[in-house]
Design a binder for this molecule. Structure first.
Ligand code: SF4
Length: 187
């Protein structure tokens, strides 16, 4: 499988001392450890390309925000067409749930005063990538995330992740594709 749009989906989570003190040690996903450090480029990602969720993020974020996954989706998420991949020689999208935007700024709605307000519970696409990370590792992590989403789409309507995506899509709560977001990010 060749990834066409993955590397620049990377986000770096920014954190405060409070966040670090309260962050669960050793949070892992797909066998990877979360990242902690960030760079000046991070804020640009939060502004122009709010990240995607993997299935386990639904419960974590719901719990963090005191709601159930449906309320989480309706209030805080959007349906993205997702990354474009080549699978067995055929291009296809891997639709994903992404963080919703602040209607006034267009930035991730959890970006507050230049910091992530949900840092300790930030989704996979934010919490497990770092611009300082070697490219090969970033690719590996991206592939793990995409494979997790492909597994969900294989389950179709028996997947909560897929059902929530479809509900948002039907409600026209949609995000631009990553390639569109990337144009803004690169400007
Ligand atoms: S959840 Fe936090 S780290 Fe992720 S895009 Fe939003 S503000 Fe940035």
């Amino acid at each position: 499988m060749m990834l066409l749009f993955t590397l620049k989906d990377r986000k770096v989570s920014r954190c405060t001392l409070f966040d670090i003190a309260h962050m669960k040690e050793n949070r892992t996903e797909f066998g990877f450890h979360r990242t902690v450090s960030g760079t000046a480029k991070d804020v640009d990602c939060c502004k122009h390309m709010p990240s995607y969720l993997v299935p386990s993020d639904l419960e974590r974020l719901s719990s963090r925000l005191g709601c159930n996954p449906l309320e989480l989706a309706k209030e805080h998420l959007l349906a993205s067409p997702g990354s474009l991949i080549i699978e067995r020689g055929v291009p296809r999208r891997v639709p994903s749930l992404v963080l919703a935007r602040n209607p006034d700024t267009g930035h991730c709605k959890f970006l507050k005063n230049g910091l992530c307000s949900i840092h300790e519970s930030a989704p996979y696409g934010c919490a497990f990538f770092d611009y300082a990370m070697p490219k090969a590792e970033g690719n590996e992590r991206s592939l793990a995330g995409i494979n997790a989403l492909l597994d969900e789409w294989d389950k179709d309507d028996s997947s909560d992740y897929v059902l929530l995506w479809k509900i948002l899509k039907m409600s026209n709560k949609c995000a631009a594709g990553p390639e569109v977001c990337r144009v803004a990010l690169d400007e």
